[in-house]
Design a protein around this ligand. Structure first.
Ligand code: NDP
Ligand code: GDR
Length: 356
Protein backbone atom coordinates (compact mmCIF):
# COMPACT_ATOMS: atom_id res chain seq x y z
CA UNK A 1 0.00 0.00 0.00
CA UNK A 2 1.28 3.49 -0.83
CA UNK A 3 2.66 5.36 2.16
CA UNK A 4 1.55 9.00 2.20
CA UNK A 5 3.31 10.01 5.39
CA UNK A 6 6.72 11.57 5.76
CA UNK A 7 9.16 9.26 7.54
CA UNK A 8 9.27 10.30 11.17
CA UNK A 9 11.18 9.21 14.27
CA UNK A 10 9.12 8.24 17.31
CA UNK A 11 10.13 7.15 20.80
CA UNK A 12 7.78 4.78 22.65
CA UNK A 13 8.15 4.14 26.36
CA UNK A 14 6.26 1.02 27.46
CA UNK A 15 6.74 -0.60 24.02
CA UNK A 16 6.61 -4.11 25.55
CA UNK A 17 3.13 -3.50 26.99
CA UNK A 18 -0.29 -4.04 25.41
CA UNK A 19 -0.62 -0.54 23.91
CA UNK A 20 3.08 -0.12 23.10
CA UNK A 21 3.08 -3.26 20.98
CA UNK A 22 0.02 -2.25 18.94
CA UNK A 23 1.32 1.30 18.57
CA UNK A 24 4.70 0.00 17.39
CA UNK A 25 2.97 -2.09 14.71
CA UNK A 26 0.83 0.87 13.69
CA UNK A 27 3.73 3.34 13.40
CA UNK A 28 5.93 0.84 11.56
CA UNK A 29 3.04 0.40 9.14
CA UNK A 30 3.22 4.13 8.49
CA UNK A 31 6.93 3.93 7.79
CA UNK A 32 8.12 5.45 11.08
CA UNK A 33 11.53 4.75 12.54
CA UNK A 34 10.74 3.84 16.13
CA UNK A 35 12.81 3.57 19.28
CA UNK A 36 11.43 1.63 22.21
CA UNK A 37 12.60 1.47 25.80
CA UNK A 38 12.71 -2.02 27.31
CA UNK A 39 13.56 -2.92 30.89
CA UNK A 40 16.26 -5.35 31.84
CA UNK A 41 14.59 -8.45 33.22
CA UNK A 42 15.79 -11.91 34.27
CA UNK A 43 13.26 -13.43 31.86
CA UNK A 44 12.16 -12.41 28.37
CA UNK A 45 9.70 -9.51 28.46
CA UNK A 46 9.47 -8.81 24.72
CA UNK A 47 6.91 -11.46 23.73
CA UNK A 48 4.37 -8.87 22.47
CA UNK A 49 6.89 -7.33 20.05
CA UNK A 50 8.93 -10.44 19.22
CA UNK A 51 7.18 -10.77 15.83
CA UNK A 52 8.20 -7.22 14.89
CA UNK A 53 11.78 -7.85 15.87
CA UNK A 54 12.12 -11.23 14.20
CA UNK A 55 10.27 -10.52 10.94
CA UNK A 56 11.66 -7.52 9.15
CA UNK A 57 8.86 -7.71 6.58
CA UNK A 58 6.31 -6.92 9.27
CA UNK A 59 7.97 -3.51 9.58
CA UNK A 60 6.36 -2.51 6.30
CA UNK A 61 9.08 0.00 5.52
CA UNK A 62 9.57 1.24 9.07
CA UNK A 63 12.44 0.42 11.40
CA UNK A 64 12.47 -0.60 15.04
CA UNK A 65 15.27 -0.15 17.57
CA UNK A 66 15.12 -1.30 21.19
CA UNK A 67 17.14 0.26 24.01
CA UNK A 68 17.44 -0.81 27.62
CA UNK A 69 16.19 1.87 29.97
CA UNK A 70 13.90 2.83 32.81
CA UNK A 71 11.61 5.74 33.66
CA UNK A 72 13.36 6.08 37.02
CA UNK A 73 16.72 6.99 35.42
CA UNK A 74 16.75 10.62 34.31
CA UNK A 75 20.33 10.79 33.05
CA UNK A 76 19.55 7.84 30.78
CA UNK A 77 16.39 9.53 29.46
CA UNK A 78 18.34 12.69 28.64
CA UNK A 79 20.97 10.66 26.76
CA UNK A 80 18.35 8.72 24.83
CA UNK A 81 16.23 11.73 23.84
CA UNK A 82 19.40 13.60 22.83
CA UNK A 83 20.56 10.68 20.70
CA UNK A 84 17.22 9.88 19.04
CA UNK A 85 15.83 13.41 18.72
CA UNK A 86 12.31 12.04 18.24
CA UNK A 87 9.66 14.08 16.51
CA UNK A 88 7.04 12.23 18.56
CA UNK A 89 7.22 10.70 22.03
CA UNK A 90 4.52 8.33 23.26
CA UNK A 91 4.85 7.98 27.03
CA UNK A 92 3.09 4.71 27.75
CA UNK A 93 5.44 3.29 30.41
CA UNK A 94 3.78 2.86 33.78
CA UNK A 95 3.20 0.62 36.74
CA UNK A 96 -0.29 0.29 35.31
CA UNK A 97 -2.07 -2.03 37.77
CA UNK A 98 -4.47 -0.14 40.06
CA UNK A 99 -4.63 -2.83 42.78
CA UNK A 100 -0.84 -3.24 42.81
CA UNK A 101 -0.45 0.53 43.28
CA UNK A 102 -1.92 0.21 46.80
CA UNK A 103 1.07 -2.01 47.69
CA UNK A 104 3.74 -0.32 45.53
CA UNK A 105 2.52 3.25 46.03
CA UNK A 106 5.91 4.99 46.15
CA UNK A 107 7.27 3.07 43.17
CA UNK A 108 4.08 3.81 41.21
CA UNK A 109 4.58 7.54 41.87
CA UNK A 110 8.26 7.28 40.85
CA UNK A 111 7.43 5.75 37.48
CA UNK A 112 4.01 7.14 36.60
CA UNK A 113 4.29 10.66 38.04
CA UNK A 114 7.98 11.61 38.35
CA UNK A 115 8.84 9.42 35.35
CA UNK A 116 6.65 11.60 33.17
CA UNK A 117 8.31 14.73 34.56
CA UNK A 118 11.75 13.22 33.87
CA UNK A 119 10.86 12.56 30.25
CA UNK A 120 9.34 16.00 29.68
CA UNK A 121 12.39 17.55 31.25
CA UNK A 122 14.72 15.45 29.10
CA UNK A 123 13.04 16.99 26.05
CA UNK A 124 13.73 20.48 27.43
CA UNK A 125 17.29 19.66 28.46
CA UNK A 126 17.96 18.57 24.88
CA UNK A 127 16.43 21.82 23.56
CA UNK A 128 13.68 19.93 21.70
CA UNK A 129 10.64 21.46 23.42
CA UNK A 130 9.60 23.31 20.27
CA UNK A 131 10.03 20.35 17.93
CA UNK A 132 9.17 17.15 19.82
CA UNK A 133 5.50 16.30 20.25
CA UNK A 134 4.54 14.46 23.44
CA UNK A 135 1.67 12.05 24.08
CA UNK A 136 0.84 11.19 27.69
CA UNK A 137 -1.09 8.03 28.59
CA UNK A 138 -3.64 9.58 30.92
CA UNK A 139 -6.54 7.55 32.17
CA UNK A 140 -10.22 7.41 33.08
CA UNK A 141 -9.04 6.37 36.56
CA UNK A 142 -8.55 10.13 37.12
CA UNK A 143 -12.35 10.44 37.43
CA UNK A 144 -12.42 7.94 40.31
CA UNK A 145 -15.36 8.65 42.59
CA UNK A 146 -18.30 9.52 40.36
CA UNK A 147 -18.81 13.28 39.95
CA UNK A 148 -20.65 13.29 36.64
CA UNK A 149 -21.89 10.81 34.01
CA UNK A 150 -20.87 10.58 31.22
CA UNK A 151 -17.32 11.76 31.88
CA UNK A 152 -15.88 14.42 29.55
CA UNK A 153 -12.67 16.48 29.36
CA UNK A 154 -14.37 18.94 31.75
CA UNK A 155 -15.53 16.48 34.43
CA UNK A 156 -13.72 17.08 37.76
CA UNK A 157 -11.19 14.45 38.82
CA UNK A 158 -11.38 12.50 42.10
CA UNK A 159 -8.61 9.85 42.04
CA UNK A 160 -9.18 6.73 44.14
CA UNK A 161 -5.81 4.96 44.13
CA UNK A 162 -2.09 5.72 44.34
CA UNK A 163 -2.02 4.89 40.61
CA UNK A 164 -4.68 7.48 39.81
CA UNK A 165 -2.97 10.08 42.06
CA UNK A 166 0.33 9.52 40.25
CA UNK A 167 -1.41 9.81 36.87
CA UNK A 168 -3.09 13.03 38.06
CA UNK A 169 0.34 14.57 38.66
CA UNK A 170 1.46 13.44 35.20
CA UNK A 171 -1.70 14.89 33.63
CA UNK A 172 -1.09 18.32 35.14
CA UNK A 173 2.66 18.41 34.55
CA UNK A 174 1.99 17.74 30.85
CA UNK A 175 -0.39 20.71 30.77
CA UNK A 176 2.13 22.81 32.68
CA UNK A 177 4.91 22.07 30.18
CA UNK A 178 2.52 22.91 27.36
CA UNK A 179 1.64 26.27 28.89
CA UNK A 180 5.05 27.17 30.34
CA UNK A 181 7.32 26.13 27.47
CA UNK A 182 4.98 25.95 24.48
CA UNK A 183 5.45 22.20 24.15
CA UNK A 184 3.13 20.24 21.89
CA UNK A 185 2.01 17.96 24.71
CA UNK A 186 -1.32 16.10 24.85
CA UNK A 187 -3.19 14.00 27.37
CA UNK A 188 -5.18 11.10 26.01
CA UNK A 189 -7.72 10.32 28.74
CA UNK A 190 -8.26 6.75 27.66
CA UNK A 191 -10.98 4.59 29.14
CA UNK A 192 -10.30 0.86 29.63
CA UNK A 193 -9.16 -0.89 26.49
CA UNK A 194 -8.43 -4.55 26.16
CA UNK A 195 -7.23 -7.11 23.63
CA UNK A 196 -5.71 -10.59 23.39
CA UNK A 197 -2.46 -8.87 24.47
CA UNK A 198 -3.95 -7.48 27.71
CA UNK A 199 -1.87 -8.33 30.81
CA UNK A 200 -3.09 -11.56 32.46
CA UNK A 201 -3.93 -9.93 35.81
CA UNK A 202 -6.42 -7.35 34.48
CA UNK A 203 -9.99 -8.50 34.92
CA UNK A 204 -11.03 -9.00 31.27
CA UNK A 205 -8.02 -11.12 30.39
CA UNK A 206 -8.27 -13.04 33.65
CA UNK A 207 -11.86 -13.89 32.70
CA UNK A 208 -11.15 -14.85 29.08
CA UNK A 209 -8.19 -17.02 30.11
CA UNK A 210 -10.12 -18.84 32.84
CA UNK A 211 -13.29 -19.30 30.78
CA UNK A 212 -11.15 -20.71 27.96
CA UNK A 213 -9.65 -23.21 30.42
CA UNK A 214 -13.13 -24.16 31.65
CA UNK A 215 -14.18 -24.69 28.02
CA UNK A 216 -11.25 -27.07 27.49
CA UNK A 217 -11.79 -28.90 30.79
CA UNK A 218 -8.58 -27.47 32.25
CA UNK A 219 -10.28 -25.59 35.11
CA UNK A 220 -13.57 -25.61 37.06
CA UNK A 221 -14.14 -21.94 37.90
CA UNK A 222 -12.85 -18.37 37.95
CA UNK A 223 -12.27 -16.46 41.21
CA UNK A 224 -12.85 -12.70 41.04
CA UNK A 225 -13.29 -9.61 43.22
CA UNK A 226 -15.91 -6.87 42.81
CA UNK A 227 -18.41 -7.91 40.13
CA UNK A 228 -20.45 -4.70 40.40
CA UNK A 229 -17.98 -2.12 39.12
CA UNK A 230 -18.74 -0.84 35.65
CA UNK A 231 -16.22 -0.05 32.96
CA UNK A 232 -16.29 1.51 29.49
CA UNK A 233 -14.38 -1.17 27.57
CA UNK A 234 -12.98 -0.72 24.07
CA UNK A 235 -10.36 -2.49 21.92
CA UNK A 236 -6.70 -1.40 22.21
CA UNK A 237 -6.25 -1.47 18.44
CA UNK A 238 -8.76 1.36 18.06
CA UNK A 239 -7.35 3.38 20.95
CA UNK A 240 -3.71 3.52 19.86
CA UNK A 241 -4.84 5.17 16.63
CA UNK A 242 -6.33 8.01 18.69
CA UNK A 243 -2.92 8.55 20.33
CA UNK A 244 -1.33 9.07 16.94
CA UNK A 245 -4.14 11.31 15.71
CA UNK A 246 -3.65 13.65 18.70
CA UNK A 247 -0.05 14.29 17.62
CA UNK A 248 -1.05 15.00 13.99
CA UNK A 249 -3.19 18.03 14.88
CA UNK A 250 -2.21 21.70 14.44
CA UNK A 251 -2.33 22.39 18.16
CA UNK A 252 -2.02 20.27 21.32
CA UNK A 253 -5.08 19.39 23.36
CA UNK A 254 -6.52 16.75 25.72
CA UNK A 255 -9.08 14.17 24.62
CA UNK A 256 -11.35 11.55 26.13
CA UNK A 257 -11.20 8.27 24.21
CA UNK A 258 -14.03 5.90 25.05
CA UNK A 259 -16.55 3.45 23.61
CA UNK A 260 -19.44 5.37 25.23
CA UNK A 261 -20.91 2.13 26.61
CA UNK A 262 -20.58 0.77 30.12
CA UNK A 263 -20.91 -2.74 31.48
CA UNK A 264 -20.32 -4.43 34.83
CA UNK A 265 -17.63 -7.04 35.44
CA UNK A 266 -20.55 -9.48 35.86
CA UNK A 267 -21.72 -8.67 32.32
CA UNK A 268 -18.23 -9.30 30.97
CA UNK A 269 -18.27 -12.71 32.67
CA UNK A 270 -21.66 -13.49 31.10
CA UNK A 271 -20.40 -12.49 27.64
CA UNK A 272 -17.33 -14.74 27.94
CA UNK A 273 -19.44 -17.73 29.01
CA UNK A 274 -21.92 -17.00 26.23
CA UNK A 275 -19.04 -17.38 23.78
CA UNK A 276 -18.56 -21.01 24.92
CA UNK A 277 -22.32 -21.63 24.86
CA UNK A 278 -22.96 -21.47 28.62
CA UNK A 279 -25.41 -19.28 30.50
CA UNK A 280 -24.54 -18.14 34.02
CA UNK A 281 -27.13 -17.55 36.74
CA UNK A 282 -26.23 -15.62 39.88
CA UNK A 283 -26.94 -16.38 43.54
CA UNK A 284 -26.04 -14.56 46.76
CA UNK A 285 -24.53 -11.11 47.29
CA UNK A 286 -21.10 -9.57 47.89
CA UNK A 287 -18.56 -12.13 49.12
CA UNK A 288 -21.27 -14.81 49.08
CA UNK A 289 -22.06 -14.34 45.42
CA UNK A 290 -21.55 -17.24 43.05
CA UNK A 291 -22.23 -17.80 39.35
CA UNK A 292 -23.64 -21.20 38.36
CA UNK A 293 -23.90 -22.79 34.95
CA UNK A 294 -27.63 -22.75 34.21
CA UNK A 295 -27.91 -26.23 32.70
CA UNK A 296 -25.78 -28.19 35.19
CA UNK A 297 -25.72 -26.07 38.37
CA UNK A 298 -21.89 -26.32 38.44
CA UNK A 299 -20.30 -23.32 40.19
CA UNK A 300 -18.27 -21.41 37.61
CA UNK A 301 -17.66 -18.05 39.35
CA UNK A 302 -16.55 -17.43 42.93
CA UNK A 303 -15.76 -14.20 44.77
CA UNK A 304 -12.71 -13.67 46.98
CA UNK A 305 -12.14 -10.52 49.03
CA UNK A 306 -8.41 -10.51 48.26
CA UNK A 307 -9.25 -9.08 44.83
CA UNK A 308 -11.19 -6.12 46.28
CA UNK A 309 -9.53 -2.69 46.43
CA UNK A 310 -9.44 -0.42 49.51
CA UNK A 311 -11.20 2.23 47.40
CA UNK A 312 -13.02 1.32 44.21
CA UNK A 313 -13.98 3.20 41.05
CA UNK A 314 -17.62 2.21 40.68
CA UNK A 315 -18.67 3.58 37.32
CA UNK A 316 -16.86 4.76 34.21
CA UNK A 317 -18.63 5.93 31.08
CA UNK A 318 -16.86 8.27 28.70
CA UNK A 319 -18.14 10.86 26.27
CA UNK A 320 -15.78 10.93 23.28
CA UNK A 321 -17.63 13.67 21.38
CA UNK A 322 -14.59 15.99 21.28
CA UNK A 323 -12.34 13.28 19.81
CA UNK A 324 -15.01 12.37 17.27
CA UNK A 325 -15.38 15.99 16.19
CA UNK A 326 -11.77 17.22 16.29
CA UNK A 327 -9.80 14.05 15.52
CA UNK A 328 -12.33 12.27 13.32
CA UNK A 329 -11.82 9.27 15.62
CA UNK A 330 -14.42 6.73 16.57
CA UNK A 331 -14.13 3.13 17.73
CA UNK A 332 -14.63 0.41 15.11
CA UNK A 333 -14.59 -2.73 17.25
CA UNK A 334 -17.74 -3.46 19.27
CA UNK A 335 -17.90 -4.96 22.76
CA UNK A 336 -19.05 -8.35 21.42
CA UNK A 337 -16.24 -8.36 18.86
CA UNK A 338 -13.75 -7.56 21.62
CA UNK A 339 -14.94 -10.49 23.75
CA UNK A 340 -14.90 -12.79 20.70
CA UNK A 341 -11.37 -11.70 19.79
CA UNK A 342 -10.06 -12.33 23.31
CA UNK A 343 -11.91 -15.66 23.73
CA UNK A 344 -10.81 -16.97 20.31
CA UNK A 345 -7.21 -16.07 21.06
CA UNK A 346 -7.19 -17.55 24.58
CA UNK A 347 -8.84 -20.81 23.53
CA UNK A 348 -6.17 -21.21 20.84
CA UNK A 349 -3.45 -20.34 23.35
CA UNK A 350 -4.70 -22.86 25.94
CA UNK A 351 -5.05 -25.59 23.31
CA UNK A 352 -1.45 -25.04 22.26
CA UNK A 353 -0.11 -24.72 25.77
CA UNK A 354 -2.45 -25.87 28.58
CA UNK A 355 0.06 -24.57 31.17
CA UNK A 356 -0.08 -20.99 29.80
P1 NDP B 1 0.96 -2.44 30.31
O1 NDP B 1 1.00 -2.71 31.77
O2 NDP B 1 0.59 -3.54 29.38
O3 NDP B 1 2.40 -1.89 29.84
C1 NDP B 1 3.16 -1.03 30.65
C2 NDP B 1 4.51 -0.82 30.00
O4 NDP B 1 5.29 0.06 30.84
C3 NDP B 1 5.33 -2.10 29.82
O5 NDP B 1 6.05 -2.02 28.61
C4 NDP B 1 6.28 -2.05 31.01
O6 NDP B 1 7.47 -2.78 30.81
C5 NDP B 1 6.56 -0.56 31.03
N1 NDP B 1 7.14 -0.10 32.31
C6 NDP B 1 6.66 -0.31 33.54
N2 NDP B 1 7.49 0.25 34.47
C7 NDP B 1 8.51 0.82 33.77
C8 NDP B 1 9.67 1.54 34.15
N3 NDP B 1 9.99 1.76 35.42
N4 NDP B 1 10.50 1.99 33.16
C9 NDP B 1 10.22 1.72 31.85
N5 NDP B 1 9.14 1.04 31.44
C10 NDP B 1 8.29 0.60 32.39
O7 NDP B 1 0.00 -1.17 30.10
P2 NDP B 1 -0.95 -0.82 28.85
O8 NDP B 1 -0.23 -1.07 27.59
O9 NDP B 1 -2.29 -1.41 29.10
O10 NDP B 1 -1.14 0.75 29.07
C11 NDP B 1 -0.21 1.69 28.50
C12 NDP B 1 -0.29 3.00 29.27
O11 NDP B 1 -1.61 3.51 29.20
C13 NDP B 1 0.03 2.89 30.76
O12 NDP B 1 0.67 4.09 31.12
C14 NDP B 1 -1.32 2.79 31.43
O13 NDP B 1 -1.25 3.29 32.75
C15 NDP B 1 -2.14 3.70 30.52
N6 NDP B 1 -3.56 3.41 30.40
C16 NDP B 1 -3.98 2.15 30.06
C17 NDP B 1 -5.31 1.89 29.85
C18 NDP B 1 -5.82 0.54 29.48
O14 NDP B 1 -7.03 0.30 29.62
N7 NDP B 1 -4.97 -0.36 29.01
C19 NDP B 1 -6.32 2.97 29.96
C20 NDP B 1 -5.75 4.27 30.28
C21 NDP B 1 -4.42 4.46 30.47
P3 NDP B 1 7.56 -4.36 31.18
O15 NDP B 1 6.97 -5.08 29.98
O16 NDP B 1 9.02 -4.57 31.35
O17 NDP B 1 6.76 -4.57 32.43
P1 GDR C 1 -8.78 -1.04 36.09
O1 GDR C 1 -8.70 -2.49 35.43
O2 GDR C 1 -8.55 -1.07 37.55
O3 GDR C 1 -10.05 -0.43 35.60
O4 GDR C 1 -7.50 -0.31 35.45
P2 GDR C 1 -8.83 -3.95 36.05
O5 GDR C 1 -9.11 -4.84 34.91
O6 GDR C 1 -7.68 -4.29 36.94
O7 GDR C 1 -10.14 -3.83 36.99
C1 GDR C 1 -11.41 -3.49 36.46
C2 GDR C 1 -12.47 -3.72 37.52
O8 GDR C 1 -12.60 -5.13 37.74
C3 GDR C 1 -12.68 -5.36 39.14
N1 GDR C 1 -12.27 -6.75 39.42
C4 GDR C 1 -11.04 -7.25 39.23
N2 GDR C 1 -9.91 -6.67 38.77
C5 GDR C 1 -8.81 -7.46 38.66
N3 GDR C 1 -7.67 -6.92 38.16
N4 GDR C 1 -8.80 -8.77 39.04
C6 GDR C 1 -9.91 -9.39 39.54
O9 GDR C 1 -9.89 -10.57 39.89
C7 GDR C 1 -11.09 -8.59 39.62
N5 GDR C 1 -12.36 -8.85 40.03
C8 GDR C 1 -13.06 -7.73 39.89
C9 GDR C 1 -11.79 -4.31 39.74
O10 GDR C 1 -12.07 -4.15 41.14
C10 GDR C 1 -12.16 -3.11 38.88
O11 GDR C 1 -13.31 -2.49 39.39
C11 GDR C 1 -7.18 -0.48 34.06
C12 GDR C 1 -5.65 -0.36 33.92
O12 GDR C 1 -5.31 -0.69 32.59
C13 GDR C 1 -5.19 1.05 34.22
O13 GDR C 1 -3.81 1.17 33.90
C14 GDR C 1 -5.99 2.03 33.35
O14 GDR C 1 -5.61 3.36 33.67
C15 GDR C 1 -7.48 1.84 33.60
O15 GDR C 1 -7.83 0.50 33.28
C16 GDR C 1 -8.32 2.76 32.71
Amino acid sequence: MANNYKKKVALITGITGQDGSYLAEFLLGKGYEIYGIIRRSSTFNTSRIEHLYADKYSHKGGKMHLRYGDMTDSSYLVKLVGEVKPEEIYNLAAQSHVKVSFDLSEYTAEVDAVGTLRLLDAVRTCGLEKTTKFYQASTSELYGKVQEIPQTEKTPFYPRSPYACAKLYAYWVVINYREAYGMFACNGILFNHESPRRGETFVTRKITREVSKIHLGLSENVVLGNLDSKRDWGHAKDYIEAMWLMLQQDSPDDFVIASEETRSVREFVEAAFKFIGKEIVWEGEGLEEIGKEKDTGIVRVKVDKKYFRPTEVDLLLGDAAKAKKNLGWSPRITFDELVNDMMTSDIALMKKNPQA
